[in-house]
Design a protein around this ligand. Sequence first.
Ligand code: MN
Length: 291
Amino acid sequence: MAAPKTKKKLKMINTPTEQHWVGDGFNVHSLIHPHQGTYEYTSPFLLLDYAPEKHFEPTTQKLGVGEHPHRGFETVTFAINGEVEHRDSSGGGGVIKTGGVQWMTAARGLVHEEFHSREFAKQGGLFEMVQLWVNLPAKHKMESPRYQGLNVEDFPVKDLQGAKVKVIAGSYEKHRGPSKTFTPINLYEVDFEKDQNLNFDFESGTNTMVLVLKGDVTIEGNQLNKTSLAIYEREGETIEVSAKKGSKLLILNGEPIDEPVASHGPFVMNTQEELVQAFQDFQSGKMGRLN
Ligand code: MN
């Protein structure tokens, strides 16, 4: 018989910050941030912004953020409800609808814009999204940009008879998520169809977080409200989550990238010199422009 798995212990619970607007389309709580000092336990994830569901009136305006650069990492946008449209200077772009994910590798740099899709804005409705920044190791920071537009039907779903596990990246049991990643990452969306406890197994030494998108969740005796983020210790191999019917979680796990982080605004590099270079390269047009 295999040795019993050791539980990962909770390191901290980040509760919702005051919401702020990113452009005029995304009203977010910042649950992790590069300057927060928690990277040891969140790496390779640098930033997690959550815009809980909000009703938008129909409009002909473009709601969101106009042209801005990124270098050194990836932005991953989850359209939990509603539609997001993206366009970048490397030729990437498209619309993702409810349940879809945009995985944009900025790497050596690009400029992009992020909006509610024209169609969604015209009709209005409930909008809910998550944006995650995934760090790249030094050896991949200056690779070519890449865009992966993933639709809801691209993700395998494991039906646990009472909960559904949608595999976005990495694997869950025999199901493999379609997202291409540079370092080992597991991302699952989990919907609870009845009250139950679930266990998820990960490698010891990896970082793990659980974001509550909806419902009533208990982890190691702690009640987590909607929009709370549980962050675990690296050691241990399994987590146990107890949730009520109707709960929805985003589970994030990844192999840490233990390299220095130098970050400012839209750039995340390893040294100050590389940050200065990033600003110069953006200003001189080396990251391209949108027409
Ligand atoms: Mn951006």
